[in-house]
Design a protein. Structure first.
Length: 562
């Protein structure tokens, strides 16, 4: 904007307007309508950009607009920030930086906190910066970045006040959002973390007291207490030492008294000719050599009559097997004479079991990779290893055909995976991957389609319709709900098509752009009075927004195919 110097017969003197002087005969300057209208339009554009409605009766609107536009949430960066109270005058060194006249300084530590905010350094008295000298410019929560300084270079500070303050009256406080906290880089065994998750203090304690632990013995106290205890390497007792008798059934490293031993073994072993059973006990060495012993195995007849109500498997004659740390099991005979392994009846024919025909065995093995012997098994309900990916824990029926050399497993869900089936093969060295059979339960969900998270489900026509562009969509006029400068999200599960008709009413240029997902997608720059349509696709979860560089451009119609 400038004076109308190129327009003839305006009557400028020295490039400026003058009044008419009757005594000297100097004619007054003329104000051309085109120039006057242009100046007025430029001022009105500033007022409108600030969100105000122009009014002939309000002479303070231009000031209000400029103050509002200056009240940004991010101030222009300052040179340094104070580390303590300072005198607000003279060129001084702050945070290791020697200031020059005009340097911007964040003053945040004054004893009178109403003096805080941004100042311009000067040889004399300091004054507040132009963007920090009015209450309208002091928006709560605005940010300030510090450029230099030993302690605060690269840090960002935020005004902590939550209500709009009065500059020069209200105490202004600032909190550091990020940047150097003064803790030297390194490893620390104890740190202090502030509300923003930053380490503000780091130390390496070496004693319990340094850690703040008050309810523990230190080394000297422990050594003193141990010196009063008996040596444990080779204890030798004299006389008749006694000890507390543990409760029957205790299985710990506690010493066993003779009373405890008697309580434990009573009725466990019966010696005498009360049975014709002749058990074979394992020899103390490995191999095939077994020798007989004198221990008698209890039989049901020594307990009572074979009444199903009174005699349970808990009292049945049984032989226990235990390979310490590997496996354990119990072979028993119930009151009907049926043999059971771990409570499950054994098949009467070994041939049937070998070929997986007939009944099922309830297994305690949780590793599915170990099922290689032919047969039908029911797995444990939890802790299973080797399940197909995506299958939940629960009981399953596993059918094995073959043996250790080559076999096939078929897995059927009977609990959490009810209705699902999968199979795989063992080639003698490794298992193949699971092949998951088709099931109605494998239909992809809407979440699977939107997140693209599933690899083992199928897309049904109804799921395709849920996310396909053009399916169950129609043009919709969204003009009443749309405005400039806002990114509107696509909250549907499908891609939508956005089409915006824009127009410049005249007196400027048409300068508008369509942003998709926060980035420019289409832009129009045309002469005043022009109109055009900007359009593009918006994916699910994406955003679309219209932005203008000319404040008088208009949105004529905003349509969405959704």
């Amino acid at each position: 904007m400038d004076y109308p110097k190129r327009i003839p017969n305006v009557g400028l003197v020295g490039g400026k307007f003058v009044d008419e002087n009757v005594s000297t005969g100097l004619p007054g300057s003329l104000i051309p309508s085109a120039w006057g209208n242009a100046v007025t339009d430029e001022l009105l554009a500033v007022i409108k950009a600030a969100g105000l409605t122009p009014s002939e009766d309000d002479n303070a609107q231009l000031l209000q607009a400029i103050q509002g536009l200056a009240a940004s949430d991010v101030k222009r960066a300052v040179r340094v920030a104070t580390t303590g109270p300072i005198a607000l005058s003279g060129l001084q060194t702050i945070d290791g930086v020697a200031l020059a006249a005009g340097d911007r300084v964040l003053v945040k530590d004054q004893a009178n906190a109403s003096q805080n905010w941004i100042y311009n350094a000067a040889a004399g008295a300091w004054v507040r910066a132009l963007d920090a000298n009015d209450s309208a410019e002091c928006t709560p929560g605005h940010l300030i970045i510090v450029q230099a300084g030993t302690a605060y270079a690269g840090s960002m500070w935020q005004l902590s006040n939550t209500a709009p303050p009065q500059v020069g009256t209200t105490a202004l406080t600032f909190a550091q959002l990020f940047g150097n906290t003064g803790v030297v880089a390194g490893s620390y065994r104890q740190v202090t973390v502030d509300a923003l998750g930053r380490v503000t203090v780091g130390s390496n304690p070496t004693t319990l007291g340094d850690y703040g632990i008050t309810d523990a013995y230190n080394r000297q106290q422990v050594d003193t207490a141990l010196a009063q205890k008996a040596p444990l390497a080779s204890p030798a007792f004299t006389g008749v030492p006694t000890a507390v008798t543990a409760t029957k059934g205790t299985k710990t490293t506690q010493l066993a008294t003779t009373e405890f031993v008697q309580n434990e073994v009573v009725s466990r072993l019966v010696v005498g000719a009360v049975s014709r059973q002749q058990p074979v006990l394992a020899s103390p060495v490995n191999g095939s050599d077994y020798s007989a012993g004198a221990t008698l195995i209890r039989e049901a007849g020594e307990i009572g009559a074979s009444n199903p109500v009174e005699v349970r498997d808990d009292y049945a004659p049984a032989i226990g097997f235990s390979w310490q740390g590997k496996a354990s099991g119990k072979l028993s005979m119930d009151y009907t004479g049926a043999l059971k392994w771990n409570g499950s009846p054994l098949l009467s024919s070994a041939a049937l079991m070998a070929y997986g025909i007939g009944g099922q065995a309830t297994s305690t093995e949780t590793d599915l990779n170990k099922y290689k012997t032919g047969g039908k098994f029911i797995t444990p309900a939890s802790g299973l290893a080797g399940l197909p990916q995506g299958w939940a824990q629960g009981r399953h029926v596993i059918d094995v055909s073959g043996g250790d050399a080559y076999c096939e497993q078929t897995l059927n869900g009977i609990g959490a995976n009810n209705g699902r089936k999968a199979w795989r093969v063992w080639d003698g060295s490794a298992w193949s991957g699971w092949f998951d059979a088709f099931s109605y339960q494998l239909e992809a969900t809407l979440t699977d389609m939107v997140n693209k998270s599933s690899y083992n489900t199928y897309v049904s026509p109804r799921r395709f319709a849920d996310v396909a562009f053009g399916m169950n969509q129609s043009p919709q006029d969204m003009t009443a709900n749309r405005n400039w400068g806002v990114n509107y999200p696509n909250t549907t599960n499908k891609t939508i098509w956005v089409s915006v008709h824009v127009r410049d009413p005249g007196g400027g240029n048409l300068s508008a752009s369509l942003h998709i997902n926060g980035s420019p997608w289409a832009k129009a720059f045309m002469t005043g009075g022009s109109e055009t349509t900007l359009e593009g696709p918006v994916p699910p979860g994406g955003t679309a927004g219209m932005f203008r560089e000319d404040g008088n451009d208009l949105i004529m119609k905003w349509s969405e195919y959704r």
